[in-house]
Design a protein around this ligand. Structure first.
Ligand code: PFF
Length: 456
């Protein structure tokens, strides 16, 4: 049984603990680094005009993302339960209301919806492992690479199969528990991914279009910045850091008492942002070198990187490794997306991890067909934000995650007493005061301002 002291200090988690500080950092980094950095960041930046968007994104990561992440971890560690139960318990303990559990509930739902399309795109990366290894892209022209992508996503049965395989792999790992295997996978994957991004960067520089790519990414043209693109930048900051939905909170529940939350958060934010910027720097020069358009949408990575690999010496090898690593990165993120729902079902309904995983996995797999069909059969069926995929993405990244982040910072900054938070952050000096200012004022006001202006 879990102990339930009101001081919250010595609770332990039902699901086990990370073996070390490094294990926790690796797990959160594994959840943060994924398709969001390499697939999503470049295409969202491209659609929103580059420079100014990237700047707003970086500001959002630092002044909103960082305090939200710290808040999530400290709440998770103090409650030591799934996000729903933790928010409920702490809400009561801090003399507010058990209704705070609903914030955790929204996170559980957001995770399920995000994974429903995330798994589809991750399925594409699996297919691209095979395509790369069989030499599909060797020496291919931009037109051929583009046509290969279009005909691939046009075949709904094929991408449904890839989605099925990826969900199967995800359910398998989550069912096995928190820690086993995950640490090892991330320890190897993140450095390897970084290395391959550097290889790609080297190639990008050699195209002669590097300056143009850099200019696109870093020359802000504020004329083009709309509230819609500011919201997209905010949503991307949440998505890429895995915050606003309780995933990091769920991981925080397994964090040993003595680990520094500030240090761990800073490490994760730095690694995640670095990989996204690197991906942009590798991809945009390729876009310009090959006469493609930055605003190409979700196919951008699949239309640019295989081209670069196709021209490179050893390209078949590098391309295969790259898509293997990207699939791995997606896999470790998918685990984070499922964790809140699974931990909730295990604790609330007394199910085994395996039962919870299969149930949640099936639900997500079925929901995923909405996104599978968005790229072919239902590509022309659009409403509100676009296709079913566009709507699920908009609703989760741009509405649910920022709203979750808003409520989480209000909870950590205003509902929890000063002592509870300084106790968890292990500090009452300048660093603590900065966090508290960001969590109480800057983050909530910033999020509200963007949400109100963009949505209304
Ligand atoms: N941060 C992941 C990515 O950038 O691909 C996506 C993600 C994973 C979001 C886990 C939320 C989450 F809980």
């Amino acid at each position: 049984m879990l102990s339930n002291q009101p001081d919250g200090g010595k609770r332990s988690s039902l699901h086990g603990h990370w073996s070390s500080r490094m294990a926790f950092i690796l797990a959160v980094t594994g959840s943060a680094v994924g398709l969001g950095n390499i697939w999503k960041f470049p295409y969202i930046a491209g659609q929103n005009g580059g420079g100014a968007f990237v700047l707003v994104y970086l500001v959002c990561v630092i002044v909103i993302g960082m305090p939200v992440m710290m808040s999530e971890i400290l709440i998770g560690r103090r409650g030591r339960r799934n996000p729903v139960a933790t928010m409920k318990l702490l809400g009561e303990e801090e003399g507010s209301s058990s209704k705070w559990g609903w914030v955790g509930g929204m996170g559980v739902i957001a995770g399920i919806f995000i994974l429903s399309y995330y798994s589809v795109i991750a399925g594409w990366t699996l297919a691209y492992v095979v395509k790369s290894a069989t030499g599909t892209f060797a020496g291919a022209s931009p037109e051929a690479v583009g046509a290969a992508f279009d005909s691939f996503v046009g075949d709904w049965r094929l991408i449904a199969l890839c989605h099925t395989i990826f969900m199967g792999l995800t359910v398998f790992v989550v069912a096995r528990g928190v820690e086993r295997g995950l640490e090892q996978a991330v320890r190897f994957m993140v450095p390897a991914l970084l290395l391959l991004m550097l290889v790609l960067l080297g190639y990008s520089i050699s195209t002669g279009y590097f300056g143009q790519g850099v200019a696109f990414m870093f020359t802000p043209d504020f004329e083009r910045l709309t509230w819609g693109s500011v919201l997209a930048a905010l949503g991307q900051a949440f998505f890429t850091l895995s915050i606003g939905m309780g995933a990091v909170m769920a991981y925080g529940a397994y964090l040993p008492e003595e680990t520094s939350i500030t240090g761990a958060s800073a490490a994760v934010v730095t690694a995640d942002t670095g990989i996204a910027i690197l991906a942009g720097l590798a991809i945009f020069p390729l876009v310009f070198a090959n006469g493609l358009t930055p605003a190409d949408g979700p196919g951008l990575v699949f239309n640019t990187l295989p081209l670069a690999f196709g021209q490179m010496a050893g390209g078949v090898f590098f391309s295969t490794i790259f898509f293997v690593l990207l699939s791995f990165a997606a896999w470790t993120s998918a685990i984070g997306l499922m964790e809140p729902a699974v931990a909730w079902i295990v604790e609330r309904f007394n199910k085994t991890r395996a039962q919870a995983c299969v149930g949640v996995g099936l639900l997500i797999w079925i929901l995923g067909f909405g996104s599978v069909l968005s790229f072919n059969v239902l590509a022309d069926t659009t409403f509100l934000a676009g296709t079913i995929f566009d709507n699920v993405d908009y609703l989760t990244s741009n509405i649910m995650l920022p709203l979750g982040g808003l409520l989480i910072t209000i909870f950590a900054g205003w509902v929890m007493c000063r002592n509870s938070t300084s106790d968890e952050l292990g500090n009452s000096g300048g660093l603590f005061r900065s966090w508290r200012m960001l969590a109480r004022f800057v983050a909530p006001i910033g999020i509200l301002l963007v949400l109100i202006n963009a949505v209304l």
